[in-house]
Design a protein around this ligand. Structure first.
Ligand code: GTP
Ligand code: MG
Length: 359
């Protein structure tokens, strides 16, 4: 019958049937890829390190930054440095800190006149380099920098200021470290697919600032795993958004809503207590019990502080039947993230395989 039918079909019908069979095959393949795709959602407050983690995924899995990316990062880095310096100039003034050297006022006025909305090209940036070096050497600016928890300054200015000689060269090209330390707040939803050992992994990066969080729910369906990042060094800082809420409190609050959300009962949520490098430095000088009076132990002992922070997040979970997967991370450190991700990947793939077999 089938043969009879086929022989009665015109050449055109035959080719259309072939095409439709091809489409079916393609759809099936897409469906399989869709089911096999591991979807990892990155969540956490603003500046917790989500986009930095995604940059590491690219670096670790060999998806290099092309020339266009490098130019874009260069512009972001220029902007980070000049804007950061402007913040310090303003803070020195508002905090009433005297200049180390009064003759730096001229340089301060010049740098402060930079319009933050403008994109900096090489030539314009170079004009700011010498004035910024003078300012960075000024005692008044350094005192303002030491009091940075009292205002809003990105975490990477110290690194960039210490590398100003190199970055201020005309033929400057950002290194991997420069890229990892650069900062641009995420707006919207960024999806990036990477093939890791033959398995498609989709990383979904969202903006963590308050205004961005209403977009999160759009990404909640079909998620395999959530990596929740919290910046552990921010226990003495307030939010950029309202300049009064403690950043660590905000982060715990967001974690609480995610971890207890019914949509995620079958999703593994892994907590990353990030910025361990900054936390280790901070606890040497700052007493966490000034901000969290329930802290018990030695406030200058990093292990005591890590245990306290982990318990604080853990205490927000209602369902204690499952253990809380967690890692202490430094997202700018490729080796650290490589090791942590290997562990996370195995856990996720194991869980994913189990659920695929159940389907
Ligand atoms: N020193 C240090 N800096 C880090 C670490 N993780 C991230 N940063 C820096 O912190 C800043 C903010 O990181 P992002 O990755 O942009 O943060 P985000 O969570 O994507 O922020 P939003 O997009 O606003 O939600 C960047 O300048 C990073 O280089 C870390 O472990 N240590
Ligand atoms: Mg981001």
């Amino acid at each position: 019958m089938a043969t009879l039918l086929t022989c009665c079909l015109s050449e055109r019908d035959k080719s259309q049937r072939l095409t439709s069979r091809d489409i079916d095959r393609r759809l099936n393949r897409d469906r399989m890829t869709f089911r096999r795709t591991v979807r990892i959602l990155l969540l956490g407050a603003g500046e917790s390190g989500k986009s930095t983690f995604l940059k590491q995924m690219r670096i670790i899995h060999g998806v290099d930054f092309d020339n266009e990316d490098l130019q874009e990062f260069k512009s972001i880095i220029y902007n980070n440095i000049v804007k950061g310096m402007r913040v310090l100039i303003d803070a020195r003034d508002k905090l009433g800190i005297p200049w180390g050297d009064e003759t730096n006022v001229k340089d301060a006025n010049f740098v402060f006149s930079f319009d933050g909305n403008n994109k900096l090209d090489d030539h314009t940036f170079l004009q700011y380099v010498e004035p910024m070096k003078n300012l960075w050497n000024d005692n008044g600016i350094r005192t303002a920098f030491d009091r940075r928890r009292e205002f809003q300054l990105g975490d990477s200015l110290l690194y960039f200021a210490n590398n100003l000689d190199r970055i201020g060269q005309l033929n400057y090209i950002p290194t991997k470290d420069d890229i990892l330390l650069s900062r641009k707040a995420t707006k919207g939803i960024i999806e990036k697919i990477l093939h890791i050992r033959g398995v498609p992994f989709m990383f979904i990066d969202v903006g963590g600032q308050r205004s961005q969080r209403q977009k999160w729910f759009q990404c909640f369906e079909g998620i395999t795993s959530i990596l929740f990042l919290a910046s552990s060094s921010e226990f003495d800082q307030v939010l950029m958004e309202d300049r009064k809420t403690n950043r660590m409190q905000e982060s715990c609050f967001i974690f609480e809503t995610i971890i207890n959300n019914k949509s995620f009962v079958n999703v593994s949520v892994i907590l990353f207590l990030n910025k361990m490098d900054l936390l280790t430095e901070k606890v040497k000088a700052v007493n966490i019990s000034d901000y969290f009076p329930d802290f018990q132990g030695d406030p200058h002992n990093i292990e005591n502080v890590k245990t306290f922070l982990l318990r604080m997040f853990d205490s927000r979970r209602r369902d204690k039947a499952k253990p809380l997967f967690h890692h202490f991370t430094t997202a700018i450190d490729t080796k650290n993230i490589e090791r942590v991700f290997r562990d996370v990947r195995d856990t996720i793939l194991h869980d994913n395989l189990k659920s695929l077999m159940l389907q």
